[in-house]
Design a binder for this molecule. Structure first.
Ligand SMILES: [Zn+2]
Length: 199
């Protein structure tokens, strides 16, 4: 689950890479499909949710809120469903509704609960956390991309969840570190089984 959150905001790395236009090449179905091929070869069916998460960012997220270079490099044209900007009321209301719908679904599927269990993957939440903090503080974006007030609520909510999830993992890790000096008295095979059993 944390990795899915991370995947769904990954195309926006272009905000950090100055030489790439935002919503350009990293928001192309073709780029993403090509980059996903090795993952499909290695992980097969397991890669599908990540592919879906990436596509939903482009097709649901950005396609409806302006436009993306959907078929780069075949076409440099920008494709979008509407001329709405991120701040226009219909978009804000839709995003808020999506938030309200996703939350009980995530709870029901147990996804929300898994975020609160210690796991290495929780660190992946640093990516969506940054993606949320960015617009919230309108970092790296112009004033015209600042976050609408209504969406501050879901943003704060996710910041809370993501931070807590990483805190849970940090606490578990600190606990494990504290117990480490004892490991010296273990035999090599004990340490090996210790380190493989906690993954
Ligand atoms: Zn984007």
């Amino acid at each position: 689950m944390p990795l899915l959150f991370a995947a769904s905001v990954l195309p926006d790395v272009d905000l950090l890479l100055r030489f790439l236009m935002h919503r350009g090449p990293t928001h192309s179905i073709i780029t993403i499909s090509v980059l996903m091929i090795p993952f499909f070869v290695v992980y097969r069916k397991k890669a599908i949710p990540y592919y879906a998460a990436l596509l939903s960012h482009i097709l649901i997220g950005d396609f409806f809120t302006g436009g993306v270079q959907l078929f780069w490099p075949l076409s440099k044209g920008w494709f979008g469903a509407t001329n709405f900007t991120v701040q226009s009321l219909p978009i804000v209301i839709t995003e808020f509704a999506l938030f309200a719908i996703t939350l009980p679904i995530m709870y029901k599927l147990g996804d929300l609960q898994t975020l609160f269990k210690p796991h290495n993957y929780n660190w992946a939440l640093i990516i969506p956390l940054g993606a949320i903090l960015g617009p919230l503080l309108s970092l790296g974006r112009g004033q015209e991309n600042a976050l609408p007030i209504l969406l501050v609520i879901p943003s704060l909510f996710y910041i809370g969840i993501f931070s807590y999830s990483m805190w849970v993992e940090l606490r578990a890790w600190l606990k494990k570190e504290k117990g480490k000096p004892f490991a010296k008295s273990y035999s090599q095979s004990d340490i090996l089984s210790f380190s493989t059993s906690d993954g």
